[in-house]
Design a binder for this molecule. Structure first.
Ligand code: HEC
Length: 204
């Protein structure tokens, strides 16, 4: 490898690290929780529901592309395990949704992206395999508020049927993609398990 290629490779690694670090910071912020004990306690919430602070209070991050202020600072910590779990559960659900919709956009348009279908399907299967871990702590939403219903922890055996069924179906879908099978119907079948669990265990 010549020097300039090494430099470019090194820059690539550094840039990836920087983007990852910035990503972790950005994603660590709860969508609607106040930023406790933070200089940015006057955080605003934009139309997407993300907390953000004014530019002069942004945390400065440095890296190969210069210094940049992060206006979505990290939450100092979550007060309780249930709060942390609720945040992690919602973010993981959003990740499931992102992979699901990326697949459907590929299948339902002629914009390409077939080379990434397996990546998204495998991510759905990996997240699906461990979906029960998102409910390990009792962390129901307060009564009448959006979120997880107490029935999850009151009827654990019934709920386990829903998580197990989703694990199995998401694994089946990944295999369908691997086999070049009927992905449109496979995705449709998988969606049933999202919808059924939401209908029975989620307050909207
Ligand atoms: C075994 C049950 C179950 C399955 C399966 C399931 N979900 Fe969820 N989902 C929930 C529960 C419960 C909540 C509410 C979590 C909370 O607010 O604490 C939720 C919340 C969500 C949210 C809102 C996240 C947020 O930021 O508030 C999205 C989006 C979502 N699910 C998408 C999906 C998609 C897409 C699938 C299928 C690919 C899926 N879910 C499968 C139980 C499930």
């Amino acid at each position: 490898m010549n020097r300039s290629r090494k430099l470019i490779a090194g820059l690539g690694v550094a840039a990836t690290g920087y983007v990852l670090a910035a990503g972790i910071v950005a994603f660590a912020v709860p969508a609607d929780a106040p930023l406790r004990g933070d200089p940015a306690s006057d955080a605003n919430t934009d139309i997407h529901g993300h907390a953000h602070v004014d530019a002069d209070q942004a945390e400065q991050l440095t890296g190969p592309f210069g210094a940049h202020g992060d206006r979505h600072p990290q939450a100092p910590r979550f007060e309780t395990a249930a709060e942390g779990q609720t945040e992690r559960r919602r973010r993981s659900m959003s990740a499931l949704s992102g992979h699901f919709r990326a697949v459907s956009a590929t299948l339902l348009s002629d914009a390409g992206g077939e080379e990434m279908l397996q990546t998204h399907a495998d991510a759905l299967a990996a997240l699906g395999r461990d979906i029960d871990l998102l409910f390990a702590e009792v962390s129901a939403a307060p009564e009448g508020e959006k979120g997880a219903l107490p029935a999850i922890w009151q009827a654990p055996e019934r709920f386990a049927q829903y998580t197990a069924a989703f694990s199995a179906e998401s694994a089946r879908f990944a295999q369908t993609v691997r086999d070049g099978g009927d992905m449109v119907n496979g995705l449709h079948d998988l969606r049933y398990y999202c919808v059924a669990c939401h209908a029975d265990f989620r307050q909207r």
